[in-house]
Ligand binder design. Structure first.
Ligand code: UGA
Length: 434
């Protein structure tokens, strides 16, 4: 099939390269000329495992591959279906900001005015229930002069990719959700996903667009709440001197609970869980419903960094002292620091007048934008030197190998927020939930 993808963020680029790999002809449209040029040179514009190989295989300067990029929306006209993969950030009050989607829909609609035959538009971005029906479809209709369901189709295909494993997740989905409000759009989406569904033997969920929109939020809300619940249980475990990881291993054996997302600690961050939980809470409250469990999950997540620092306070007064923060990325395998738990941890340390020295194998440059005036070390051992405490915020593998390095600390107090460091002789070790 001929597919156009609007947006070259981590979802758009990954999906474009994976669709090309499945045998489709793909054009990726983005306003950023540098990104477009990078893809057309055969290089990946973002850091994702497996992506450079796919882009090199399917794009490249000779132009003969199945993947191209352009800044020109008219490229849509030569395709059967367009996936909208634009960002949906959050407003200051936590609600969803649809302005980028609206601008994209406007431009797409205006372009479709020039297409004489049927076209299918699929929203992949995470949007709150009703956004397609109430906002995106009306814009497409107004700009194209066409009627949805009659002259063009509209669908919703939420994505469940994790940063760092996005290519693997795309090619090995737990499920493919196809939301459509008309039969033709559904048939087109099936055609797009058939090669993946047969290759991965993935279950397909057919539904309407409003339900598909909700499935994405329910998925993320459930996972975020699962982590908050194990953190809640973990905090109780800590009070009783019980190891929450031993408890998690046992309850994870219950099929109804499952072993994944039971790693308790300093909480969840990233560009998705925080934004999506706030957006769905805000959308629910607009409907006059208060989602109390979800609100508590967010509140508990907000409190974990302070619990980490309380444990440190129990051993050392950090005012005026150097304290190491190990790990700045919101999770290992990425340089993304958006909503990283390291941000409230550093803020808390600064409120205590500590002198922060931070280290991360890849995320330093991004964290420098948040905190330009703290010290950044180029290795864990230099970060630890002369400190009166260290807090571990990201579970990078390399931290597990730390051992004699702790001897360089002035006061060897280590508070581990991710259970990545082993208790050892010579350090005062505190695990957040164990
Ligand atoms: C998340 C979802 O897992 C994806 O399915 C979804 O597609 C994506 O959001 C999205 O909406 O785009 P991602 O944000 O990349 O993916 O990261 P995760 O691997 O889910 O981790 C999120 C946070 O939870 C991290 O800060 C991680 O450290 C934390 N976490 C995860 C825990 O604290 N404990 C766990 O057991 C698992």
């Amino acid at each position: 099939m001929k597919i156009s993808i609007i947006g070259s963020g981590y979802v758009g680029t990954t999906v474009a390269a994976c669709f090309a790999d499945l045998g489709h002809d793909v054009v990726n449209i983005d306003i950023d000329e540098a990104i477009v040029e990078t893809i057309n040179d055969g290089d990946a514009p973002i850091h994702e495992e497996g992506l450079p190989e796919l882009v090199a295989d399917h794009a490249g300067p000779d132009g003969t591959g199945r993947l191209h990029a352009t800044t020109d929306y008219d490229a849509v006209l030569d395709t059967d279906v367009t996936f909208l993969c634009l960002p949906t950030p959050q407003n200051d009050d936590g609600s969803i900001d649809l302005s980028i989607m609206e601008a994209g829909a406007k431009q797409l609609g205006a372009t479709l005015a020039d297409k004489p035959d049927w076209h299918t538009v699929v929203v992949k971005s995470t949007v709150v229930p009703g956004s397609i029906e109430e906002t995106i479809t009306p814009i497409l209709e107004a700009e194209s002069g066409k009627t949805a369901g009659e002259e063009f189709g509209i669908g919703m295909n939420p994505e469940f990719l994790r940063e760092g494993t996005a290519v693997h997740d795309f090619l090995n989905p737990d499920k493919v959700v196809l939301g459509a409000d008309d039969e033709r759009a559904l048939a087109t989406m099936h055609e797009v996903f058939d090669p993946l569904v047969s290759q991965a033997d993935a279950p397909v969920v057919e539904t309407d667009t409003r339900t598909a929109e909700m499935i994405k939020y329910a998925n993320n809300a459930f996972l975020a709440s699962k982590i908050s619940l194990i953190n809640d249980i973990g905090n109780i475990c800590k009070e009783f001197g019980i190891d929450a990881y031993e408890v998690a291993d046992a309850i994870g054996l219950d099929d109804r609970i499952g072993e994944q997302f039971l790693r308790s600690g300093v909480g969840w961050g990233g560009s998705c869980f925080p934004k999506d939980t706030h957006a769905i809470i805000s959308a629910a409250e607009e409907q006059d419903y208060e989602p109390i469990v979800l609100k508590s999950a967010v509140e508990l997540n907000d409190r974990q960094p302070e619990r980490l620092l309380d444990l440190l306070d129990g051993h050392v007064d950090v005012a005026g002292e150097r304290v190491a923060v190990l790990g700045l990325a919101f999770k290992p395998g990425t340089d993304d620091v958006r909503n990283s738990r390291a941000i409230p941890v550093i803020e808390g340390l600064r409120e205590r007048d500590a002198e922060v020295v931070a280290y991360d194998p890849v995320a330093t440059a991004n964290m420098r934008e948040h905190f330009p005036d703290i010290e950044y070390a180029d290795s864990a051992v230099t970060a630890l030197e002369g400190t009166h405490g260290a807090v571990v915020v990201t579970d990078w593998d390399e931290f597990a190998a730390l051992d004699g390095e702790f001897d360089a600390m002035a006061d060897s107090v280590v508070v581990d927020g991710r259970r990545i460091i082993d208790r050892r002789e010579g350090i005062t070790y505190e695990g957040l939930t164990w």
